[in-house]
Design a protein around this ligand. Sequence first.
Ligand SMILES: CC(C)(COP(=O)(O)OP(=O)(O)OC[C@H]1O[C@@H](n2cnc3c(N)ncnc32)[C@H](O)[C@@H]1OP(=O)(O)O)[C@@H](O)C(=O)NCCC(=O)NCCS
Length: 161
Amino acid sequence: MFQIEPETSQDSYEVEWLYDTCFAPGREALSSYRLREGVPRVAELCLVARDENDIVAGAIRYWPVLVGGTRALLLGPVAVHPTRQGEGLGALLMNESLHRARELGWHRVMLVGDEPYYRRFGFSKLEGVEMPPPTNPDRVLGIALQDGAWLGVAGEVTRFL
Ligand SMILES: CC(C)(COP(=O)(O)OP(=O)(O)OC[C@H]1O[C@@H](n2cnc3c(N)ncnc32)[C@H](O)[C@@H]1OP(=O)(O)O)[C@@H](O)C(=O)NCCC(=O)NCCS
């Protein structure tokens, strides 16, 4: 069983440790990190999953961004500790946070990731949405939380300041 709660400042060290464990070294050089610099996270959507021993098993974070000047959520990073992968925790964090985002009135979410994983949550390739280089356009994915929310939304992804 996992306990899922919004991330607090006391969780941050363990969450960073989890991300360092799950991603290749140099993850902070990725273009998506440029969009996060100096921008506060969307605190209500950043979730931490702890196991029965109170150990951090998974985490997900979100930032606000602008897509051609229109507000969107940038999902990520999401990670599950290698010893807990394949138990559905990734799906739990995705579904719970997307549900909360919809409830909070957000219209659209984007991410950079593997379409074969994210399509099960309703994500598909976004046309004309340009992440800072170098980003493979096939990995730029989105989901509409309100009907038609991505229609006519395109252009450069920039920091929300
Ligand atoms: C991606 C990740 C968060 C999934 O968490 P998880 O708890 O293992 O996911 P779930 O248990 O909900 O789902 C597991 C399923 O997803 C599949 N899956 C995991 N990563 C995948 C990927 N990159 N592409 C396609 N399928 C993937 C697994 O094969 C498994 O498939 P199955 O249900 O057919 O057996 C986790 O594997 C992870 O932390 N990976 C390293 C970090 C990472 O790549 N994060 C995402 C990029 S931001």
